[in-house]
Design a protein around this ligand. Sequence first.
Ligand code: AMP
Length: 424
Amino acid sequence: MSSVTDEKTEVLFPTDGDYQSFDDIDLSPLMRRAVARAGFTKPSPIQGSLIPLALEGVDVIGQARTGTGKTAAFSIPILEQLDGLEDCRDPQAIIVVPTRELADQVGRELERLAFGVPTEIAVLAGGKNINRQLRQLQNGVQVVVGTPGRLHDHLQRKSLRTDKVWCVVLDEADRMLDIGFRPQIERILRRCPRQRQTLLLSATLPPAVQRLAKSYMIDPQIIDCCQKEVAVETIEQRYFTVAQDQKGELLRRLLKREDPKQAIIFCRTKRGTDRLYRQLSRDFDKCGSMHGDMQQRERDRVLQNLRDGNLRILVATDVVGRGIDISTISHIINYDLPQDSDDYVHRVGRTGRMGRDGIAFTFVVPGEGEMLTSIEQRINRELIRDQIEGYDASPQVETAKPVEQAPKKQTRLNPMFRRVKRRR
Ligand code: AMP
């Protein structure tokens, strides 16, 4: 693993070849068994670097995207160090995530990795029955996973006790700040004991995330798993130039040509999503749609259907662009260009997860060339031009040469204390 030290902070840049086996990490036999049962053979770079540091009690800023195994990277050290429910009935770790779907997903991964050790995990997401959550908290909980709004709600009701919390995870911190959750996150952090460990995961480190880290973390170790490439390497990425009024037909032709195992088609608006879904369901079976106006129960049902293979084509807004981990998704189609290049990276990251192959297509209408260029600059790679006869709008959409990304500068934070190491 390479590392760079400016005069203050060392940044670790783990790569794929650095970690060959979970045996190289000091895990309990129970955890080894759970990891093997989950089918994990070797640690991903974020796991190999974050788990040992987290077990030492160090605060860590991990730059890693979804699909790189980051959930297990923070879940394993938490599960390894939990006190049993008989010793502590109040939450010991709080994992804060931006969306309800991601909360469910993290909850499931925790349960999977807790295999063999009874562990009380509460998922406190908005849109879910609060009375059930209240009962669960009253009965005793070891780990809480939640969205900032609902966690904050529980803090105000005094149903969520924080005085025994020794680890806080902020997952997808950049996304949470984008959505405007800063006040809730800060309140959660302020309510947790100062003598705690904070793990912050974020694909990017914009100034807002750095400020949060500076105020609430102690001398964090930075791990950068995003340095080399932004979009997952195994994903083939192509684009079509197409006239606005021919997009629908091009999509139908593309779906017939590709015959995807499972595809997510991203639209910009909820209305556009509904419209395209209605059109596609006339020609293709197993279609579904998902956007932010749908009831949580309906969104859960759609995701479950996708997971179970009952849906083959999902038309969606960026609501599903982050965090959702369904390994069978083979195709991403950007029917509308995303609002910004970060959203492109997250949409495309829904496929090609953990090194599996995937392909992403992006429809570009004349006049959107600049956005295409900014995506290419962001991923430091050119998209391949694709064509289906009769649907090529503009041969002159210009693409820019990839540009070198400037190395990111990091700031060192105040060293104060380290949490005392504990192991179950
Ligand atoms: P995540 O980045 O946490 O969303 O994880 C993406 C997917 O990879 C999930 O389905 C994980 O269960 C799976 N995964 C995590 N770690 C490993 C590993 N070391 N080997 C194989 N699969 C993994």
